[in-house]
Ligand binder design. Structure first.
Ligand code: UD1
Length: 417
């Protein structure tokens, strides 16, 4: 069965290690395609999105080996420039291969990317920027072909600081002729990781971590060994679990410097949070306070990927919380499932949710509809009295290496079945 079972209602105690970052490793794997050499990427999470990216790279001729958390990508020979099928349509980050393929072979045909059902998720910003760099795009039913003779560096300004568009522009720009200046670039830590990977491989990029990136194209790239940083969203998920269920946990390798907004919220809810070189300790008692108002924002603001996870934690907090989602529409699908468990949530349109804390949640059968919403249901299951069965486990496995193992480490009675 594609399900997770949880016997909940107890506080969490224990420690677990934070896996490598999904949103960092996927663009790095795409970037390896630009390098006519062998790259070794360590600390890769064993998640289905990484498997899909591996298949996509293999489909275009790369030799990829994934053993014990280390991926070796040999991109010396590329044989095909067509990408379609489930790996593309099932995963939003397959769009990263657009910039990489244009940089490497100057042409790609791909199906429109898929991913979580959390809103429209268009790719107009990606395509518009690439057009400005000389790319022609021929759209057709369900997909498009993009072609360029020579990528040209230029000055670009993103109307929205899109993470994916920033990554695609960087990937194309390192292979472009001349300098690309990207204004209003996204500043998420995963962008920093991508830039650092490329810089170690020989690219010249200035302004890393800021909103203006200056990329000098055309430098020769060589294979490197690189370590994927820990996943701030997975660490944030487990942090929010203790805010929901109470307890005392230690998260080894949690990337605390990237988690400031989440730690501010944890303290606001009454948790005790302490940071050490090794990771993050969180202690929360039975009574957590509501969060009067919180909105999701681009980094370093509160991440949209933690929004539904926080919502689950707030269902039993003392008082009324309001969450505003500013990045994606349609990211409150989780509310109906939490309501089934006894949560009191009122949606004001598609962007605002009002959560009134109840005494406790009750376990029942719920259905995951996307990755982070699925993780939110796991948190609700840890909090709820009795048994919770979460169907559609495969959504959660897109981003969590082994969520049952991690929660077992935190003392939860949880298993797949
Ligand atoms: C990435 C992350 C995702 C995270 C999101 C926001 C990966 C694999 N995914 O997604 O986990 O939730 O950043 O932090 O790293 N937009 C457009 N046109 C475009 C592109 C985006 O209108 O061409 C809009 C989107 O609809 C959304 C906003 O821009 O409203 C931000 O999206 P974006 O930052 O691009 O998210 P992703 O890169 O898809």
């Amino acid at each position: 069965m594609d399900a997770i079972h949880i016997q909940g209602g107890n506080p969490l105690f224990g420690e677990t290690k934070i896996q490598g970052s999904k949103n960092a490793v996927l663009p790095v794997m795409a970037a390896a395609l630009l390098i006519e050499d062998v790259c070794i990427i360590e600390n890769c999470p064993h998640i289905s999105d990484v498997q899909h990216m591996k298949q996509l790279l293999e489909g275009i001729g790369c030799r990829v080996n994934f053993t014990n958390g280390t991926i070796t990508i040999d991109a010396r020979n590329i044989s095909d420039d067509t990408m379609s099928g489930e790996s593309v349509t099932g995963m939003r980050s397959s769009i990263m291969l657009l910039g990489a393929m244009l940089g490497r072979v100057g042409e790609v045909t791909m199906a429109y990317p898929g991913g979580c059902v959390i809103g429209e998720r268009p790719i107009d910003l990606h395509l518009n920027a690439l057009r400005r760099m000389g790319v022609s795009v021929y759209e057709k039913e369900g997909g498009f072909t993009a072609r360029v003779k020579s990528l040209e560096g230029t000055v670009l300004r993103l109307p929205i600081s899109s993470v994916g568009a920033t990554e695609n522009i960087i990937l194309a720009a390192v292979k472009a002729r001349g300098v690309t200046v990207l204004q209003n670039a996204a500043k998420e830590p995963e962008i920093v990781t991508l830039c650092e990977f490329l810089r170690e491989a020989g690219a010249v990029i200035e302004g890393i971590g800021g909103s203006v990136l200056i990329i000098q194209g055309g430098h020769e790239l060589h294979g490197i060994r690189f370590k994927t940083p820990p996943d701030r969203i997975v660490a944030g998920t487990y942090l929010m679990s203790v805010l929901g269920a109470g307890g005392h946990i230690f998260l080894e390798d949690a990337p605390v410097s990237q988690m400031r907004s989440m730690l501010v919220t944890a303290r606001e809810m009454g948790a005790e949070v302490s940071i050490s070189k090794e990771g993050l300790t969180i202690i929360a008692d039975d009574h957590r306070k509501a969060v009067p108002y919180l909105k999701t924002e681009v980094y370093p603001g509160f991440p949209t990927d933690i929004q539904s996870i926080l919502m689950a934690a707030l269902t039993t907090a003392d008082g009324v919380s309001v969450i505003e989602e500013t990045i994606f529409e349609n990211r409150f699908r989780i509310a109906s499932q939490l309501q089934k468990m006894g949560a009191c949530i009122e949606l004001l349109g598609s962007r605002k949710a009002v959560i009134t804390g109840v005494d406790s949640l009750l376990g029942c059968e719920v259905t995951a509809q996307e990755l982070r919403g699925g993780a939110a249901l796991v948190i609700a299951g840890c909090m709820a009295m009795g048994e919770t069965v979460i169907k559609n486990r495969h959504f959660i496995e897109r981003g969590y290496e082994d969520i049952c193992r991690d929660y077992q480490n935190l003392g939860v009675n949880i298993y797949t079945g």
